[in-house]
Ligand binder design. Structure first.
Ligand SMILES: NC(=O)c1ccc[n+]([C@@H]2O[C@H](COP(=O)([O-])OP(=O)(O)OC[C@H]3O[C@@H](n4cnc5c(N)ncnc54)[C@H](OP(=O)(O)O)[C@@H]3O)[C@@H](O)[C@H]2O)c1
Length: 285
């Protein structure tokens, strides 16, 4: 995409653009005349998804970057590429996510769910701050989940070497998303960058694709009661574009209604400790 000719456009980067909520967000942003860059894991997925989004949105202003968010080296390469191509960033949507049935170590030796769902958003956001500052008013949105209510940040076993379960690691990562959002909002208080997080509801996506067959069958049975991604993404788009949310930061939304996250998610000491730990885990690699 030729961005120099798109200076009149808002520019968005959407992680998880190849599937589910990220893809739905990219389609709707493109419909709303935003120049959209999606993040996909590889070229094949990028080319295929861009074509699908162009067809669905009728917009030619879609492109992709590739990165594996479980690898910090890959995130650094991605950032270099983004800085080469983009003059600014107006909207950053963290929609990549994973749910792993068993503990898998990333190439960096970290637990995959924590690395992809939390550390990747942490690192990518830090690195992209100069581009977000170049926008006249930038908005960051983090897709969390009400699953955070069951989450704990276990600093004694953050990487879950001692005991692992898919639910435990997912809930920990979703609580981390919210603690990160609130702490980042405090740090960005005097800037034109806002950051909010939200629970999108129970949405019919590919999130459960790695789970055991029995659980996938159960999920399949309740699919009729789940929201379609194109519907579930509406609040995200409003939070990203609607002037009503200008300057709103450090909030948790259920749809477009401001909601209350778990009491522990508001603990500033916990948020600061997680921030420092996340810095250590991303700077040392
Ligand atoms: N679905 C729900 O009901 C629900 C509810 C609450 C919160 N959420 C949150 O919404 C977000 C989006 O999830 P979804 O439901 O849309 O799931 P999804 O359909 O599985 O989409 C997840 C996206 O993340 C990408 N991704 C995963 N691991 C990656 C990696 N290592 N590197 C790069 N990209 C990676 C996937 O890419 P590939 O296609 O290459 O795998 C995919 O594009 C997640 O944060 C999830 O926690 C979802």
């Amino acid at each position: 995409m030729c961005i120099s000719s798109a200076n009149d456009y808002k520019i968005a980067l959407v992680t998880g653009g190849s599937s589910g909520l990220g893809k739905a967000a990219a389609i709707e942003l493109a419909r709303q005349k935003v120049a959209v860059f999606i993040l996909c894991r590889d070229e094949i997925s990028g080319l295929k998804t861009v074509q699908e989004i162009q067809t669905a949105s009728g917009s030619p202003h879609i492109s992709f970057f590739t990165a594996d968010l479980s690898s910090q080296k890959s995130i650094h390469r991605l950032v270099d590429q983004i800085f080469k191509e983009l003059p600014k960033l107006d909207i950053l949507i963290h929609a990549a996510g994973t749910l792993q049935p068993s503990r898998i170590s990333t190439i960096d030796g970290l637990e995959t769910t924590f690395a992809v769902n939390h550390l990747a958003s942490f690192l990518l956001t830090q690195k992209l701050l100069p581009l977000l500052r170049a926008s006249s008013s930038a908005r960051i949105l983090v897709l969390s989940s009400r699953a955070e209510e069951l989450g704990n940040i276990d600093f004694d076993d953050l990487q879950m070497h001692k005991s692992y379960s898919a639910i435990k690691s997912y809930c920990q990562s979703k609580l981390a998303n919210i603690l990160f959002t609130y702490e980042l909002a405090r740090k960005l208080e005097k800037t034109k960058i806002t950051v909010n997080c939200l629970h999108p509801g129970l949405v019919n996506t590919n999130l459960g694709r790695n789970l055991p067959i029995l659980i996938r069958t159960l999920i399949w049975c309740i699919r009729p009661f789940m929201t379609h991604p194109s519907r579930a993404i509406e609040p995200v788009i409003r939070l990203a574009l609607d002037p009503q949310f200008e300057g709103v930061s450090g909030k948790y939304f259920l749809g477009t209604q401001e909601g209350k996250s778990s009491p522990k998610s508001y603990d500033p000491v916990l948020a600061k400790r997680l921030w420092e730990m996340s810095e250590q885990l991303t700077q040392s690699l």
